[in-house]
Structure formats: C-alpha cells, structure tokens
Ligand binder design. Sequence first.
Ligand code: IMP
Length: 202
Amino acid sequence: MLVKKIKEIYIGSNNKGKLREIRDLLPKRIKITTPKFYNIKSPKETSKSFKGNSLIKAKYYSKISRKICLADDSGLEIDLLNNSPGIYSSRWAGKNNNFNIAIKKIYKKINKKKKNWINTKFKVKARFRCALTLYGPNFKTVTVEGKIEGRISKRKIGSNGFGYDPIFIPNGKRLTFGQMKPSVKHKIDHRIKAFKKIRKFF
Ligand code: IMP
C-alpha cells in the first residue's frame, strides 16, 4: 500500500532533551514546529499508559496547531519498584525538572527494598519505554511503542543525554546512556525502536 508522506510536522513536547532527540530522528527536509513556537503549555497526562498519554498529547497539540502532530510519552520502569517511576518519570523530577532529585528518590527506594545491593551482584532490572503517536487532519492515527531492557547503574555516572540517562545501563553494555555518545545511544534506544515503526510516513 502506498503511504502518504508527511512533509510538515508539529512535535508535541516541551521537553528540550526529547525535542532534540526527535528532531535528530526526522529527515532534514521535514518542516518542524514545536509548542514553543505557539507558546503552548503541556496538556494533563491522565492516562495510565505510555500509549494513552502519547495520544492525549498528539490530539491536544494537533487541535491547536491544526497540523499532523508527533507526540512521545516515555519513561523508565524498574522491576523492583513495581515498574515505577513509569508514566510518572517526568513528575518524579518535580516542577523544576530536577533529575538529581528523581534519581536520589530511585536510589532511596531501591535501597529500602534491597539493602546493600550496591555491594552485591544483584541486578536491578529496568527498561525505558517510548510510545509515539501520529495524529492529525486527514491522517489515520498511528500509535507505536519501543523499549530497551537494561539495569540501574550502582552509581550515577555520565553527563550526556537527559533525565535518567546517567543511571541506565542497557543490556550487553557496560556504560550508562549518560556515558555514551548520543550517536551510540540513539542507534539502540527505546525512541529509535518506536520510530522505526513509523519511519515509512516520513
Ligand atoms: P514525558 O514523556 O514527557 O512524560 O517524560 C518522560 C520522562 O521519562 C522524561 O522526562 C525523562 O525523565 C524520562 N525519559 C524518557 N526517555 C528518556 C531517555 O531517553 N533518557 C532519559 N530519560 C528519559
């Protein structure tokens, strides 16, 4: 089936780190606008799933911009913490988006569940998930998801990337996302895995 190619897209996110990563995924010829352009606040994320929240964002921003919108909802799930912070990943960083606070909270909760884990071989299994939705006028809505499995690092290390990158080590690697070059992270992460499923539209 012939796929209608998107020429212009509105990226529904106010998160600078994510905006940069999504921009890098899209072909350079595509015209991109973002909420900053229209000075729009983010919508309330009321769904209990990444897919649901990405659809809420895509619909909200598309209605305002009247353009086809690409929205992302993503986060970190930690098995030992019953998949927290999950859809609350950005909310754990508070109003000022302070990931030092969110990361401290994670270590505190892990230490409570598994005392002294830092000095053992115990692996705190975790994954990043990313849901992407394309929504807009004369366009059949698409929602996809990608994930990358890994573990929580025993200490926060690395200053690349954003959010929880300094504490996440993907399976098969020794470095955290925060230590990796962005070009390396972007070839394997949850966002590229989701993006590959919608690449045909661009
Ligand atoms: P939201 O999708 O805007 O609700 O925010 C998702 C949150 O998950 C971000 O603020 C980050 O903290 C976290 N997150 C999602 N993807 C990544 C990633 O690739 N690296 C680090 N943190 C991420």
